[in-house]
Design a protein around this ligand. Sequence first.
Ligand code: NAD
Length: 369
Amino acid sequence: MSSKILRIAALAGDGIGPEVMHEAIKVLRTVEKKFHFAFEISEAPVGWAGIDAVGKALPDATLALCKRSDAILFGSVGLPGRDPTIPKEERPERAALLRLRREFGLFANLRPVTLPKALAHACPLAKDRQGDGIDILVVRELTGGVYFGEPKKTEKIPGGHRAIDTMVYTTQEIERIAHVAFQAARSRRKKLTSADKANVLENGVLWRDVVTQVGKHYPEVTLEHMFVDNAAMQLVLRPTQFDVLLCENMFGDILSDEAAALGGSLGLLPSASLGTATNGNTFGFYEPAGGTAPDIAGKNLANPIAQILSAALMLRHSFGLNDAAMAIEKAVARTIDAGCRTGDIFNPNEPGVHQVGTREMGEAIAAEI
Ligand code: NAD
C-alpha cells in the first residue's frame, strides 16, 4: 500500500456514539500498524454534541473537516428526550444527517446483513430457514424515487384533501446504482436480484430494462428480477437465496429493514452510503444501522460491532483496501466464534459464551486482527 495519508472524519455524535466510535478507532489503529497504512483520523462534534459545543447540530468546522476528508465515519445522532425541545429543522437527524447526505450526493446505500451460524438464536427465523448462515447485501438507491419526486404536495378537494407523491427515475439514476450493485455482486457470490414493480409501475418497467442493460457489462453475475412483494416474502421464507438485493429508494427502505431484522441485532449491522467516484476515489459515509440507544448509553453495554464493521466498509469502498476490510470482518467473526457476547447477542443458555462490555468487545476484536 502506498504511503498516501487517508483522511477520516470521525463524527461520534450522541448516546452510544462516542463509546462505539472509540472501539472502531482502536481497531483502525491496529489495522494501520499491521498493514502499514497512514490514517489521519480527526474527531469532531455532531448532533447534540455539536449543539452543546457551538449551538449547531452540524457545526461549520465539522462540515469543513468532512469536506477535506476522504470519508466520514459516523456514529449516530439524536436524543428522544431533547429533540422535541428545538424546532424540527434544527434537530440532529435533519440538520446533520440529512444535510450531510445531501451535501455529498450519497446516492447508494449498502447494507450488508450477516448472521453467523453461532448467532442463529438471535435471528427471528426458524433455524431450518437459516441454512449455513445469512449473508445478504441490500443496495438501495438513496436520492431518487417517490421520496424526492415532484410534485409532492397535499391539496384541498371537496370533502377533504388529496396527497400527491411522485415516483420519478431517469435512466442515468438507475444505471449508476445498478453499476454499484453489479460491482458488489462481482466481488461476492455473483448473484444479483433486482426488486421492482414492473407489473404495475412505469418506473418498474424502466428499472427492469435499465438493470438488464447494465447487466450485460457483468456477464459473470447472474441477474434475476423479482417483484418487490415477492422479494419481501422470499426474505423470510428462504433468505439464503439472496446475495445482492438491488432496490429503488422506497422499496429499499422497507426491504433493508426487513433484512436487518434477520441479522439478530442492530448492534451488528453496518452501512455505507456512497457518492459518485471521482478519479477512482469514492467518497463515502459509514455508520451503524442503529441509533443512539439512549437506554444503554454510557454504561459500557453497547455492541461496537456495527461501528467496527462500518469502518471495514470504509476501507473497502472508499480506500480500496479489501484485505484490511476482510481482516476486520474475520476478526469480528473469530471473536464471536470465541464466545464473546455483548448483552444484545448474549443468550445464557448458549454453551461456551461469556458476556462482555463495549470496551472488552473492541479489545477482543483488535487482538484478533
Ligand atoms: P436505536 O437504534 O437507538 O435503539 C433501538 C434499540 O436497539 C434499543 O433497545 C437499543 O438499546 C438497541 N441498540 C441499538 N444499537 C445498539 C447497539 N450498538 N448495541 C446494543 N443495542 C443496540 O433506535 P431508537 O431508540 O428508535 O432511537 C434513539 C435515537 O436515535 C433517536 O433520537 C433517533 O432519532 C436516533 N436515531 C439516529 C440514527 C442515526 O443517527 N443514523 C438512526 C436511528 C435512530
